[in-house]
Ligand binder design. Sequence first.
Ligand code: ACO
Length: 335
Amino acid sequence: QGCKLVGCGSAVPALQISNDDLSKIVDTNDEWISVRTGIRRRHVLSGGDSLETLAAEAARKALEMAKVEPDDIDLILMCTSTPEDLFGSAPQIQKQLGCTKNPLSYDITAACSGFLLGLISAACHVRGGGFRNVLVVGADALSRHVDWTDRGTCILFGDAAGAVLVQACDSEEDGFFGFDLHSDGSGQRHLNAGIKEKVSNNALDSNGSVRGFPPKQSSYSNIQMNGKEVFRFAVRCVPQTIESSLEKAGLPASSIDWLLLHQANQRIIDAVANRLEVPSERVISNLANYGNTSAASIPLALDEAVRSGKVKAGQTIAAAGFGAGLTWGSAIVRW
Ligand code: ACO
């Protein structure tokens, strides 16, 4: 059983925030942000905007491109680290799309690697049998988890949703050539948004009463990041994972038509492309307009590149995600 990509879609919130807008709330400026990151503006959820609704909009566009009806979806994977329901957002996407046959839908949490993991999981579900049309949505609203007084992080992120449809096909048409995934929990200290109150000991104390119970209502801290360490990690691990995926696919780096990395920082993208000797004309980048949109960044950039005619049917894409966890991975796929 093979599988292939048959549609993509994306959606961003209406509110756009420029670097100049940010310079009014933190001590920063357009030059610093553009030179260090390549980011010029980002979209941010506002008012009553819903990430689930944005995700459903991106999904609907992917279905339209694929000419697949909501009732033909067998599985929805919602890749997000910022769900609107702690128990999972995927069933709400299923509901908003109007799927009446109750397909399985569940969330995948792997920060900026979430979409890559979802894509590979979709391929495994199809290859394992039983699933024909798998919708993979990457959507995040990091604006809700950033400290808007911290100039080191708030300038980086934007909100968005992107989606692809992975469909079963004959093995001769298979469009998934090789993949590679990793995590390293010891790097969590460099990038996290952890729970604030941890109840460490619920044991009985010497008087027989229960210590630390009932637990306090917990909340999560804003994003904590050591930018330099994350930068180093990305520049080291992303070329390695792409080389590993290429090796598993039995393909040389010269077979890559498009390099499509998680859109975190233009300097990271350039460094990885350099390391892999992929010329800049074959690198997809749109973070100037959206910032780092976490799990949405790869399908958002893919969707723009496909709809603008840049990426054409039959071309080979090396996609790689990296981020909190730490997590990272790559896949070589055909569009
Ligand atoms: N505006 C102006 N000055 C700033 C800003 C800002 N927004 N932020 C930091 N500075 C200052 C610092 O205070 C520092 O000043 P000092 O020299 O007087 O101490 C100086 O600029 C340099 O700061 P650095 O942090 O050393 O700057 P660096 O070149 O490392 O760039 C950046 C920072 C852009 C965050 C970079 O490290 C980076 O992109 N790292 C990767 C981050 C990333 O990709 N994170 C997302 C991962 S994906 C995920 O899972 C969420």
